[in-house]
Write a protein that binds this ligand. Sequence first.
Ligand code: ATP
Ligand code: MG
Length: 421
Amino acid sequence: MHKAAFARGERGKNHNMEHTGRVILCKYGEVALKGANRPQFESAMMRELRRRAEGVGRYEIWSAQSTVYIEPQDEGSEARIEEMYGEASHVFGFSGICIASSAAKDIDKIREAAAEYVPGQISGCRTFKVEAKRSDKRFPHRSPEIAASVGEAILDVMPELTVDLHDPDVTVMVEVRERCAYIHAGQERGAGGLPSGTNGRALLLLSGGIDSPVAGYMMMKRGVTVDAVHFESMPYTSEQAREKVLALASILTDWCGEMRVHVISVTHIQEALRDSCDNDYFTILLRRFMMALADRTARHTGAQALVTGESLGQVASQTMHALAATDCKTTLPVFRPCIGMDKEEIVVLSRKIGAFETSILPYEDCCTVFTPQHPKTRPEIEKVEAQEALVDFDGLCEEAWQGRRLFYVRRGLEPKEYEPR
Ligand code: ATP
Ligand code: MG
């Protein structure tokens, strides 16, 4: 809110009052299409926004007509509205988000607010147009009239601009809604997807690479609560490799708030495979162990599905044959959100979620320890099983499971180790 407005005591104490000054508008994505269970999705979104607002300031958060309004309640919170905007842009369920200036529903007040607010939003633009939407039909001016009048007010303070109705650099929106009118210079995409916590729990197989953090993010975006399991192979893999994985989990908590990361050592499994099995089957056998251990972890933690970062054909262990030979070690659904994506597309998402720079740090993953020179791309299941029978599958799994460790990763905090239950 503008300082002057606070001084005049105009701040909205609750949403029944008009609120003048800056406000964040978050527009529903596909939640708007939900039927009877829509309130459940809405309350998950509100809960998440309120949780995130706690650290930023005092905001009145309320919803109407498929939009959530976030209104600062004091000057300190107004000053941090961009920070709150950053928080809201990480909340799943919204398709569009913007900071708007709100004004009383009076054409002169709207013009005044536009003349004050818009210049700071569109500096550098040369052409513009104004579009008006009037969902409150009682407002006495029609949309074209509002647009023309507000356009004029903007031109008065920015005479260097020209109006271009067909291909403007920027479109200024005026929305006359229930309580107020809102003016903004275009909205950005929201986080999309479905609200956190509305779509079950899954266990992500999290390596230190590029793909699995992206896969985890994609499931979180669909409202899934995601825990992770990481397999390590000390001393063949390093302490830094584990720290890197915890750092990646920490990056993912920007989207989900917190995450449990189970760490399971596969050192003895890898040594047994190296000592007893045909080297060409090494990777596929290791991956079968991973699937079995992930299945056990998922059941133990209440996850209903597994998630991996596999992309079809990316490497020998990700051909259809190889995937089939690993999938049979679990009866849970295995989600692979990157399966149809090219590496380039995955990298775009990795950068977007801020994971890329960490993902490319050069620490060994257990998958790259003792790797075969000629991995089987079309493993025959009978041969795989015959190789597997050369080691004590259940005994090795049991030992690895008993040695598991558990880390809690919370946003903004150092990961903390807990005794696994
Ligand atoms: P990523 O970039 O995610 O590491 P990748 O292209 O390196 O993937 P692989 O190493 O074949 O591919 O792994 C495929 C998938 O198997 C990963 O996306 C991840 O889900 C799982 N995975 C691989 N290594 C591990 C590990 N050490 N711990 C947990 N999961 C793993
Ligand atoms: Mg990997």
